[in-house]
Design a protein around this ligand. Structure first.
Ligand code: NIG
Ligand code: FE
Length: 421
């Protein structure tokens, strides 16, 4: 099966495939080829070039041709941070926040993560799978072509395994790559034997001695994450969990510095994590330490927007010479949307990222944050053909400009037309 896209107004983020991530001033550069063609063979990008150098079609066998006049072609968004396996929405907590309560106050009343954990305990694997697949389909329509999904609404051995099995089933049934992350350390659960909050010590033992070994044995997780935050897990606990996870070959990720400065970035660096995510409260010392590491700083504009948190210092991070990734945090509590187009727009409007920086953050750098930058995140010969064709738009800056709209018209995953809006 061959696919040729011709007359592309601009082929965006086209490179030679050698870049794993872009940092600092490089993030302002978005390599584009105007008036271009792109050839796909089977599931891979076969070649591309400028129309003026197009040699014509010699073999029409099994060839589909798409005319992209006035349209752009981009690599699909990579979303390296989601919690999209869940059941039940939490709009009543949203209304509570509108009426003045904070995320922390709602959590103390039994809302928040424990609310979703309660709902998840009652759901079957089939229900969780069906609702998650709807969300996957929804985000593919918005241009997402690779996704990471976390557990963390289970908080018991059985329920965490249930979530991770659902994620495994999603991996097997969706054409886009899925990375699974074990987030047992998302909150301390209610102890079924007492009806009260479990002691931290008891939950840490359960997590380290029972959950991690079992999950590793069943090969259910690629990564391990910890919510490093006041009232959740401390820096020392984060280091302990990630150190154990590393022994099983699971790299770390950290929910870091979201609601306060809690040491998550330092913990992530110390454990050689793949990424540290959120970063609203990241400080100058953290930024300096990140420069000596390979950890990908990742911002989640949806959660910052929805919880009305202070802005992450995204400009400062890039201006310090660091890379930056953008992801959605799609989850029922702090970001009930996985629309990467909106995430990019919010980052440009409010954090003052340029469109080039935001698109780099949501493609090549987010691919890095899920271990996929060799195969995804840019348009390069030999990379996976996960791309989208936009509607008729003037240029790539129109994507963040046209906020809350969907610029995507056609999505191609593994060389197959998945959807034609
Ligand atoms: O990334 N911060 C912790 N976890 C999620 C929120 C989860 C929830 O509220 O259900 C987040 O924002
Ligand atoms: Fe999250």
């Amino acid at each position: 099966m061959k696919l040729l896209i011709k007359n592309i107004k601009s082929l965006v983020q086209a490179d030679d495939g050698s870049r794993q991530k872009v940092s600092g001033a490089e993030m302002k550069i978005l390599p584009c080829l105007n008036d271009a063609w792109l050839a796909i063979e089977d599931d891979k990008i076969a070649d591309f070039g400028k129309m003026e150098n197009f040699s014509g079609i010699s073999d029409w066998t099994n060839l589909q041709v798409i005319d992209a006049t006035d349209k752009l072609v981009l690599p699909c968004w990579c979303d390296s941070h989601t919690h999209l396996v869940y059941t039940g929405s939490r709009e009543s907590e949203f209304v509570d926040r509108v009426n003045g309560l904070t995320y922390e106050e709602i959590a103390k009343r039994g809302g928040g993560i424990l609310n979703s954990a309660k709902k998840l305990a009652e759901a079957t694997e089939d229900e969780l799978f069906d609702s998650a697949m709807k969300r996957i389909h929804e985000v593919i329509l918005q241009g997402t072509g690779a996704i990471e999904i976390k557990s963390g609404y289970g908080l018991t051995l059985e329920a965490e395994l249930k979530m991770l099995r659902v994620i495994k089933r999603i991996k097997e049934n969706t054409p886009i790559p899925v990375k699974a992350t074990f987030l047992g350390a998302h909150a301390v659960p209610i102890d079924a034997s007492t009806g009260l909050s479990m002691t931290k010590q008891k939950y840490m033992e359960l997590l380290i001695n029972e959950m991690l070994p079992r999950i590793a044995k069943e090969k259910l997780a690629d990564y391990c994450d910890v919510f490093c935050e006041q009232n959740y897990f401390t820096k020392a606990e984060t280091i302990r969990i990630l150190t154990e996870a590393n022994k099983y070959g699971m790299k770390g990720k950290v929910h870091a510095e979201q609601l306060s400065h809690s040491g998550g970035v330092e913990a992530g660096i110390e454990c050689n994590a793949l990424s540290v995510d959120h970063l609203e409260f990241v400080n100058d010392k953290d930024i300096q330490l990140l420069k000596k590491s390979d950890v990908m700083p990742t911002i989640l504009p949806g959660a910052q927007y929805f919880l009305c948190l202070q802005y992450p210092p995204a400009r400062k991070i890039i201006d310090a010479g660091l890379p930056l990734a953008i992801s959605s945090d799609y989850n029922p509590g702090s970001s009930p949307s996985g629309n990467m187009n909106f995430m990019i727009s919010h980052a440009c409007v409010h954090y003052k990222l340029t469109p080039e920086e935001a698109i780099n953050a949501a493609t090549i750098n987010a691919a890095y944050a899920m271990g996929l930058s060799k195969t995804h995140g840019s348009i390069a010969v030999g990379k996976q053909a996960n791309i989208f064709i936009t509607k008729e738009i003037p240029n790539y800056s129109f994507i963040p400009y046209s906020f809350a709209n969907n610029p995507v018209e056609t999505v191609i995953i593994n060389g197959q037309l998945i959807v034609d809006n």
